[in-house]
Design a protein around this ligand. Sequence first.
Ligand code: URA
Length: 251
Amino acid sequence: MSSRRELLLEEMGLTPLWRLRKGQADSGVSAAEAQEVPAAARRGTAAAPASPPIAIDADERSANIARMEWPELRASVAACTACGLRKTCTQTVFGVGDEQADWLLVGEAPGAEEDARGQPFVGQAGKLLDAMLEGIELKRGEDVYIANVLKCRPPGNRNPEAPEVAQCAPFLRRQVELIQPRLILAMGRFACQTLLDTDSSIATLRGRVHRYQGVPLIVTYHPAYLLRTLQDKAKAWEDLCFARSTMKGSH
Ligand code: URA
């Protein structure tokens, strides 16, 4: 391990947890062996208005978004006013990284720092995320794309609401289609429950390979939660090693 990396992990209070031990990374269950949960429709749709005209508009909007290439998708997110969040946030946070990445990391929504800088995971949680990635020999932007379920910051970092998720979901869905990642790492209860359309806890969803739009999906704790709950860092490390071995097994 380079001394820079050693220092970084130490600073984050992550040593000795975030180190790949020989054999550990490859000893997990492969995607084929792991139990799969069928992909479900996006979360929050049920909360959408039931009247036919609005439902047709929503379908048309989704269909339009599903045809967009990167530049149009980017512009469409930047111009979106489909829910009220754009009125209170500073800017949209589209996502960042390698547009052909094998790894797609999905969080919840921009926080204050992300809202100010227009990039996902650039605050304290982002620093931890970078250290976690480094622990499994990955780097932001190199074969990794990072996005959120919501592209706008909810005021005061409140939880996203179902109609907001319903409006934003087509953007993430299109990002997944364009990136075609080999694995999605869903971070935190909100991203996991949204992408898998379930109310199950992270504890129940961990350790298995799920699917979102046919792409293998593994769940783990949110970096911000890990900053508060040190005792779950070891579990998150297990999840990362599992994700890494699943990725290796899916060649
Ligand atoms: N938390 C998230 O879920 N996403 C971010 O981009 C930052 C913090």
